[in-house]
Write a protein of this length. Structure first.
Length: 198
């Protein structure tokens, strides 16, 4: 049988094993590679924040994000208050508190939702999204409670007209990350890609 020839591949020598004339160039390449890795590890976003800084800033969003709403009627400023974002848990809690629950006798002691009072739900959202000290000074005003004949702080939001409630909810949604225009744009792009695949 003919002799088989085996090709032996020599391992690439390390930097210290290279010829002296090759070392300066190779050292420069390795330094550049290390710099690129460091840049990726500390990636800076377009607005100048590193990924970690962005995460921590997002975690503190509720303390940093604010908007203001003024109640103006017939050209007269009556009062105003700040609004802040709500977490998903806070939104769910407001919905639960505005919902009437009944016991399902068929399945045992299990509570099921019967009806959600939408007006009460929206008042609770506005009350919960009002930070201190505005929450106590506006919705906790006992004279306002007497004028409206209510007993709970969130019920004091009844002082707002339906259009004013709508504007407040829109501000809370925007603060809480519900950006309708961006979501619709994203949905439109996704639909376009799906149609292109067909």
């Amino acid at each position: 049988m003919p002799a088989q020839h085996r090709v032996v591949t020599e391992p690439t020598p390390h930097l210290h094993q290279r010829a002296p004339e090759e070392r300066p160039l190779l050292e420069a390449v390795e330094i550049e590679d290390r710099l690129q890795v460091a840049q990726l590890e500390h990636q800076v976003l377009d607005h100048g924040l590193s990924r970690k800084q962005g995460l921590l800033k997002a975690a503190r969003a509720k303390a940093n994000l604010r908007d203001h709403y003024d109640v103006v009627r017939n050209g007269e400023l009556l009062f105003g208050f700040d609004l802040q974002p709500l977490t998903e848990d806070e939104i769910d809690e407001c919905a639960d508190q505005a919902t009437t629950w009944i016991e399902d006798k068929k399945w045992g002691p299990v509570a099921i939702p019967e009806r959600t009072d939408k007006a009460d739900y929206r008042r609770r959202l506005i009350h919960r999204a009002t930070p201190e000290p505005d929450c106590s000074q506006v919705w906790g005003d006992k004279d306002l409670w007497d004028a409206l004949d209510v007993l709970q702080p969130h019920d004091a939001v009844r002082v707002l007209l339906p259009g004013e409630v709508e504007e407040c909810i829109a501000k809370i949604n925007a603060l809480s990350g519900f950006k309708i225009s961006e979501r619709e744009e994203h949905t439109g792009r996704r639909k376009g890609r799906d149609q292109a695949k067909r």
